[in-house]
Design a protein around this ligand. Structure first.
Ligand code: AHG
Ligand code: MN
Ligand code: MN
Length: 326
């Protein structure tokens, strides 16, 4: 059955959008709305800090490595701290996992929601003033409220997300998210300090002609069908576009039609991208926009994570492009 889409004018603020959604969907409780507001607030704070990068000493490496083996940047830590602070204060979130933390954080409150975060995506691009992002997923907790959280609360399939989205810090910054009823994009208006609706009901064309992959990895791609697919893109003179910030690459393909590929390689035999911090959220968004996301064999949203830092190949974007890979 065709889902009803929210019909609000361009320019409406995120706050009004959230309020109007509450009345349209009585099951959406105030706590969930507040959680979305907390995310928007953290996004504004991170946006402010990123705008100062280059002027103050927040670029460069910290000298530590995160659980996925990436060298942490100062801004990874800063974004992580800002988001965790905003989410902890609200009281709606009881547990957080982050790409930058080894294991889960139990906030020991009676909040109903679990959040998974990639606080700063594409962080290697920040030192050269190129777009970066934040990716988030929201789930309901599984264990009983007021008991200790367990891994079960976090290791949920992507199909159980109740909301997900990303913030793109670019020439203008955007918040794009879904609560399972289509995808809406909000652009940050710095003089108002507000996110305003700019891209209602985003739809991803079923066909596209952009392909996004790190072609430096061509010789180490394990799956032959991916190699063939890339050759096919070249035979058809598709356009290659790869920024190296997943959020930015994904956002462009969402709006213009295209496919993003991060296959299994000899260096990353299970793929590089993190299911719980990157792939699940974007898979929920793309499916709600009419696109598709797989690991080459099954839908991303059906994968059972075995660890918090589970990785998998990712093929995501226009439906027919992703289908022709399988
Ligand atoms: P992060 O900065 O959160 O570690 O993510 C980096 C990811 C993703 O944003 C990007 O698409 C991909 O890594 C780039 O990887 P390659 O440099 O291997 O192409
Ligand atoms: Mn990332
Ligand atoms: Mn990151």
């Amino acid at each position: 059955m065709e889902k009803s889409r929210i019909d609000l004018p361009i320019g409406v603020t995120l706050d009004r959008f959230i309020k109007s959604k509450e009345s349209e969907y009585p099951s959406a409780v105030g706590a969930f709305s507040q959680l979305l507001r907390d995310i928007a607030l953290a996004a504004k704070v991170v946006n402010r800090e990123l705008n100062k990068a280059g002027l103050i000493d927040i670029m460069g490496n910290v000298g530590n490595y995160n659980a996925g083996g990436d060298e942490q940047k100062k801004l990874d830590i800063l974004a992580n701290t800002r988001f965790i602070r905003a989410l902890s204060k609200g009281g709606e979130v009881c547990g957080i996992i982050s790409e930058e933390s080894e294991s889960f954080v139990d906030l020991e409150n009676d909040g109903k929601y679990i959040v998974a975060l990639d606080p700063l995506d594409g962080s290697s691009n920040i030192d050269v003033n190129v777009s970066v992002g934040t990716i988030f997923s929201i789930y309901k907790r599984i264990t009983t409220i007021n008991t200790a959280l367990t891994e079960t609360d976090f290791l949920q399939k992507g199909k159980y997300q109740i909301a997900a989205g990303y913030i793109l810090y670019g020439p203008s910054s955007m918040l794009v998210f879904t609560t399972g009823n289509g995808v809406n994009g909000f652009t940050y208006e710095p003089s108002l300090g507000e996110f305003v609706l700019s891209n209602p009901n985003i739809y991803c064309n079923e066909e596209g002609n952009i392909y996004s992959i790190n072609e430096g990895l061509s010789n180490s791609i394990i799956d032959l069908k991916v190699k063939k697919y890339i050759q096919n893109c070249k035979d058809n003179e598709y356009t290659a576009r790869y920024i190296g910030s997943l959020v930015a690459d994904f956002h462009r393909n969402l709006l213009k039609g295209g496919i993003y590929l991060y296959p299994a390689t000899t260096k990353y035999p299970n793929g590089k991208l993190r299911l719980m911090f990157e792939s699940n959220a974007l898979a929920f968004v793309i499916e709600q926009a009419g696109g598709k996301a797989t690991n080459g064999e099954m839908d991303i949203l059906d994968i059972q994570p075995t660890t918090i830092h589970h990785t998998s190949p990712l093929y995501i974007g226009s439906k027919n492009m992703v289908n022709s890979l399988s």
